[in-house]
Design a binder for this molecule. Structure first.
Ligand SMILES: Cc1cc2nc3c(=O)[nH]c(=O)nc-3n(C[C@H](O)[C@H](O)[C@H](O)COP(=O)(O)OP(=O)(O)OC[C@H]3O[C@@H](n4cnc5c(N)ncnc54)[C@H](O)[C@@H]3O)c2cc1C
Length: 407
C-alpha cells in the first residue's frame, strides 16, 4: 500500500477526460496548482481502442490550446475546416459558409480525440504546478467554508480551496451536491468511424440532414474524413453488424457521390445521444465544467468546445481572484463563473436541440420551412456572418484564453 501522504493544492479536479486535463493546464499556465484524479489508466485512455471520435475544435479552442502549450502536440494531426456545407435531404437549397467571408483563418480544425488526449497527457507531465493521479478514485470529499478535503482509496488526502467536477455526464460530485439535471434522450444513436475517399475533401465539412438524423463528414488529414452518422436507435445494431461492403454501400448511398468511392477505414463506434443541463454549475467550493455541467447532441460538434470555454472562463475568474488575494473557492468567484457560462451553454443547448427537432423528420411543412430557412440564411449577409462567427466560436463575451491571450 502506498505511504500515507497529504497533498495540498489550489484546485482538486475530479475527472481527467479532455476537459479535466485542459483545466489543470489552463490553471498551471497562470501559476495555480491543480491535482487531477482520474479513475482510468492514462495508457488505456490514449490507446487506439478507447475512443474512435474526432472532434471539431473551434478556432477559439485551438487558440486556448496554443496558449496553454498543448497545440504543438496535436498540430501535426489537425486538419483545417475551410468551408461548411449544410444540406437538407434532396433539397435544391443548401447553406454554404466560407471562412474567407469572415477572415483569413479557418473555422476550426478536426483532431482525433486520441491525439488531443495524448497532447494533454504529454503536456501535463511537464507542467510543474499540475499533477495527475491516475488510476485513482476518491472515497470521500468534504466541502465546507474552510476548504475541500478529499480522501483517495490508497489513504492519501488532498486539500484544496476548490473542487472541480469534470467527471462527465454522470458526475458523482454533481449528484453528491444534490444538483439536479434537466435531461432527455433522443431516439438517436451516432455511428462514428473514419472513411477514406477517392476524391479530396477540399477542407469542407459537410452535414446532410436526413429524416433519421444528421449525416456529417468532417475533413481529416489526407483523403480521409470523420463520419458522424446519426440513425434511429433501433436501426443501429443492424447497421453496425453489416459486412464491410454493405456498410460502405450504405455510406456511399447517403453521401451522394461527392467524394467518389468511400471506404470505412477504422472500427465502427456507436454513442446513444441525449441532452442534459445542470440546474446550477456551482455549490459550496465546487464548480462543474464540461459534460458534468452540460451535454448535447453532436449535431453542431460543440460539446467539447463549450467545455473548453468553461475552462477558459473559470481559469480567468480564479486567476483574477488569486491576484487580488481572494479565496479561490469563495462564493463571489463561483457566481461570476456561473453567470459567465450559463447563457452560452443554454444558447448552444437550445440551438442543437432545435436543429435536431427541426431536421430529424420528414413532415412536409417542416421540410419546406427548413429548406426556405436554409436558403434565406444563405442569402442574407448578416445572418450568414452570425452563423459563421458562431461556427468559429468567436461571438459573445469571450474569455482571454479563447481570444488567444495569456491569463
Ligand atoms: C458522437 C459524438 C461526437 C462528438 N463530436 C464532438 C465534436 O466534434 N466537437 C465537440 O466540441 N464535441 C463533440 N462531442 C462532445 C464531446 O466529446 C464531449 O463534450 C467531451 O468529450 C466531454 O469531455 P469531459 O472531459 O467533460 O467528459 P468525459 O469525456 O466524459 O470525461 C470524464 C472523465 O472523468 C472520469 N471519471 C468519471 N467518474 C470519475 C470518478 N468518480 N473519479 C475519477 N474520474 C472519474 C472518466 O473516466 C473520464 O475520463 C461529441 C460527442 C459525441 C457523443
Amino acid at each position: 500500500m502506498a505511504a500515507k501522504k497529504q497533498i495540498q493544492t489550489d484546485v482538486l479536479i475530479v475527472g481527467g477526460g479532455m476537459i479535466g486535463l485542459t483545466q489543470a493546464l489552463a490553471l498551471a499556465s497562470a501559476g495555480l496548482r491543480a491535482v487531477v484524479v482520474e479513475r482510468q489508466q492514462p495508457d488505456a485512455m490514449t490507446a487506439m481502442d478507447y475512443d474512435g471520435r474526432v472532434s471539431t475544435l473551434s478556432y477559439g479552442s485551438a487558440a486556448l490550446f496554443e496558449q496553454i502549450g498543448v497545440w504543438q502536440g496535436m498540430a501535426d494531426h489537425a486538419a483545417p475546416i475551410e468551408e461548411i456545407r449544410v444540406a437538407d435531404n434532396g433539397a435544391p437549397l443548401f447553406l454554404h459558409f466560407d471562412h474567407r467571408e469572415v477572415g483569413d483563418r479557418p473555422f476550426g480544425f478536426t483532431v482525433e480525440n486520441r491525439y488531443i488526449r495524448l497532447a494533454l497527457h504529454n503536456a501535463l507531465v511537464k507542467a510543474e504546478p499540475a499533477d495527475l493521479i491516475a488510476p485513482g478514485e476518491l472515497t470521500s470529499l468534504e466541502r465546507d467554508q474552510a476548504g475541500v478535503r478529499g480522501v483517495l482509496a490508497d489513504g492519501r488526502t488532498i486539500t484544496a480551496a476548490l473542487a472541480n467536477g469534470a467527471e462527465g455526464r454522470h458526475s458523482p460530485l454533481r449528484q453528491a451536491a444534490g444538483i439536479r439535471c434537466l435531461s432527455w434522450q433522443y431516439d438517436q444513436t451516432a455511428i462514428v468511424t473514419t472513411v477514406r475517399h477517392e476524391g479530396g475533401h477540399g477542407g469542407i465539412a459537410s452535414e446532410l440532414f436526413l429524416p433519421a438524423g444528421p449525416f456529417a463528414l468532417l475533413p481529416m488529414r489526407g483523403n480521409r474524413s470523420a463520419l458522424i452518422w446519426t440513425e434511429r436507435a433501433r436501426d443501429v445494431p443492424a447497421l453496425l453488424a453489416l459486412d464491410e461492403d454493405a456498410f460502405n454501400a450504405e455510406i456511399m448511398d447517403r453521401a451522394g457521390g461527392h467524394w467518389g468511392r468511400i471506404e470505412c477505414d477504422a472500427p465502427r463506434w456507436s454513442y446513444p445521444l441525449g441532452l442534459q443541463n445542470a440546474e446550477r454549475y456551482i455549490d459550496t467550493r465546487l464548480a462543474l465544467i464540461g459534460d458534468a455541467a452540460h451535454g448535447m447532441h453532436p449535431v453542431a460538434g460543440q460539446g467539447l468546445n463549450l467545455g473548453i470555454r468553461d475552462v477558459a472562463a473559470l481559469a480567468e475568474v480564479l486567476t483574477d481572484s488569486a491576484r487580488l488575494g481572494l479565496d479561490l473557492g469563495g462564493g463571489e468567484a463561483l457566481r461570476r463563473y456561473q453567470q459567465w457560462r450559463r447563457f452560452d451553454a443554454l444558447t448552444m443547448l437550445m440551438m442543437t436541440d432545435g436543429l435536431v427537432r427541426l431536421f430529424s423528420n420528414d413532415i412536409t411543412p417542416l421540410r419546406l420551412a427548413r429548406v426556405l430557412g436554409l436558403g434565406l440564411v444563405n442569402r442574407i449577409g448578416p445572418a450568414k456572418r452570425f452563423f459563421e462567427r458562431h461556427a468559429a466560436a468567436m461571438t459573445g463575451d469571450l474569455p482571454k484564453l479563447i481570444r488567444g491571450e495569456a491569463l
